[in-house]
Ligand binder design. Sequence first.
Ligand code: NAI
Length: 470
Amino acid sequence: MVVGELTQETELLVIGGGPGGYVAALVAADHGIQTALVERAEVPGGVCLREGCIPSKALLHVAKIIDEAAHAEDFGVSFSKPETDVTKLRNWKNGVIRKLSGGVKQLLAGRKVDYITGDAEFEDSRSVRIEGGEVSRIKFKHCIIATGSRAKMLPESVLPRELCWDAADALKVQEIPARLLVVGGGYIGLELGQVYAALGSEVTVLEALPNILAGADPDLAKPLIAKLRKQMKAIITGAVLKGAKKKGSAIAVTYAIDGSEKTEEFDRILVSVGRRPNSDDLGLENTQVRVDDRGFIQVDPQRRTTDKRIFAIGDVACEPMLAHKAMREAKVAVEAIAGKPTVFDPACIPAVVYTDPEVAWCGVTEAEATAKGLDFKVTKFPWAASGRAVSMGRTDGLTKMLFDNKTQRLIGVGIVGAHAGDLISEGVLAMEMAAVAEDIGVAIHPHPATSETLAEAAEAMFGHAVHAAH
Ligand code: NAI
């Protein structure tokens, strides 16, 4: 490697070491492409691994244990009230991050990917300048931009930054605030709201829309909302935050609801109102890459930008902003660079909200199918009729499927219940394989398992789910 003011040359430069970027680098190395990865942080993994998906799942695991221990009383087993050692919890969560990011770093080193620390900025369509690292300039033949996204914050005039947390701040677990306000009832707000509720905070969710988790079908969101209402102090919908200011050691928050304004006090505010792509500050104006008015880099189905040697994947390229979408795009972009015929054209991209119960869906939702005017049938199997769900005391679940009426092809799956995020993979595979209802119904599912609910929902297409009451 050449250091200082000298220039390094590489066949492929990947900018960003998140799930999109590091997968692209690994796959490129497997294709025999000489690859360098530039990343601001010392360790790879991006927001997902360091301050997003992974630490939040570690904390949700703890929240679930606390909740299960409390409910074990129903089975005749009592535990005393849990006590949380926040330092130990934080250390354990940090250990999970260390283990996984260390693993990714090893994988990169094993594939001989050059890991370069610093901030990359395009000088032109063939080179980037690197700030803050050992290497100052890299010339590339191809480049993949995988710089991800960051939390959207509310205007300073409404909510000063020093008064609030974004998800990364909340995942540091520095304190358990007595009263936590969560602004935004989407993926992040509900996952982290549930974590802090389990750890002892009195949580209030403030959502601008009439419903929380607006992207999911209401029948799937219902069991989760019922549980959250028990765990949280309040879920306030149709409410718009007007302002917040310090009041002693507390924060006085004013919001508008039903035409009037209310003020309440909190100790901390978590803002989770969506994310925005990291396409600014990259020097893209020095290239032919085009960015749309929301900040997403414009890409074609191979993830090639309007500058033919530059590709973009993951959150910076387009929605949905999900790690598993970025990983697939990484493979497509590398295949395109390697000259292979390829396209990003998944049958569906699963969405999972890792609360307890989990909510997961793939393909079209019922609301989308109705809005599109599709000719479809919805089948449902309630978990109250699942032997496994009953034996776990987890009947708060529902599996639903959407089939095309003419072809009987599966066009959508939605599941709410324990481990719905694992179960949805069957729906994803079925859709990729263009399964029809009969394929899923006749496939022998293990008994007793909650995965049986998928086979039963498919059988319901013919009006006879065996374990459903008529
Ligand atoms: P989100 O888009 O899921 O939810 C944001 C919510 O905030 C929406 O319900 C919206 O109506 C509401 N909102 C917007 N402005 C508001 C305001 N001023 N006052 C009150 N409510 C307001 O965004 P979130 O939760 O920040 O997550 C960002 C993205 O990160 C997600 O879209 C997802 O792609 C990704 N993510 C995925 C996870 C997963 O796969 N389990 C977990 C966490 C994040």
